[in-house]
Design a protein around this ligand. Sequence first.
Ligand SMILES: NC(=O)c1ccc[n+]([C@@H]2O[C@H](COP(=O)([O-])OP(=O)(O)OC[C@H]3O[C@@H](n4cnc5c(N)ncnc54)[C@H](O)[C@@H]3O)[C@@H](O)[C@H]2O)c1
Length: 285
Amino acid sequence: MTIRRVGVVGLGTMGAGIAQVSVQSGFETIGREVSEELGERGRATIDRYLSRGVEKGRMTDVERDAALGRLKLTTELAELADCDLVIEAVLEELDLKREVFAVLDRVTRPDAVLATNTSALSVAEIAEAAERPDRVVGMHFFNPAPVLPLVEIVRAPRSSDAAVEAAFAWAEQAGKQPVRCNDTPGFIVNRILIPLLNDCVRVLDEARVEPTDMDKAMTNGAGWPLGPCGLIDLIGIDVHVHASEALHGKLREPRMAPPERLLQMQEAGDLGRKTGRGFYEYEGR
Ligand SMILES: NC(=O)c1ccc[n+]([C@@H]2O[C@H](COP(=O)([O-])OP(=O)(O)OC[C@H]3O[C@@H](n4cnc5c(N)ncnc54)[C@H](O)[C@@H]3O)[C@@H](O)[C@H]2O)c1
């Protein structure tokens, strides 16, 4: 199926980024927020990022205005009726996502593809809320969505080939690097990266290593572009702890559980770049 019109449910961190990717790639896009005020906030975020692109010479102001002109806002899920692809990016709560999918299933055409951007929930459990779970897939973008190329296209047991391939093809058209995988906890990257980052944090204490030396070790010895402590600060300690707990809850491997040191940082409110302090201090963030 050809995707022309895209719906994005939730214009928070991920949803605004996904809507930006969509309008920038030429797709008519309708973003749904719970209030007009939040919708406008999402639009302002997109405007800000696109305008930064103009300042840096990556696009012209005419291109920015055209991209913004492709974004419509609504507070009603029913207004996504004409979309060929709807990507859901609401809070990571199973009941909420299931509610959204039950409505989307009713209001959209039967051949529309419905995708969830969940990081850690089961796509199959979300899809069960729809009468036609065959058209539900996972589309797991990475933060920031306009910058990071990867999208994991997640096949749940009942996802149809047509839905998986339509989502994959759209991600490619939107300039992304999609990969296919099955619906397993953490999909590909988080399944590997979360326990690995947790190991790095445990080594800080076990081997009495300073964060700067850990990052020096992994950038110079393992070729990482960014050290693990800098990376966790960028992800946000709270986001990483939440993802670790979700993965540990499903796989029960001790390495998946968040290390005590991260729990203490979370408790102290040292959440990384966003609070100005994590493993490192950040001024003028
Ligand atoms: N932030 C990340 O690094 C990241 C990366 C990949 C995937 N994800 C996933 O993306 C999804 C969204 O995460 P985010 O970081 O953008 O969160 P966010 O908090 O920035 O945005 C949450 C969105 O949910 C909406 N929302 C809240 N309550 C709602 C309700 N009752 N009904 C409908 N919508 C409601 C909000 O209006 C907002 O648009 C989650 O499933 C998360 O796991 C996040």
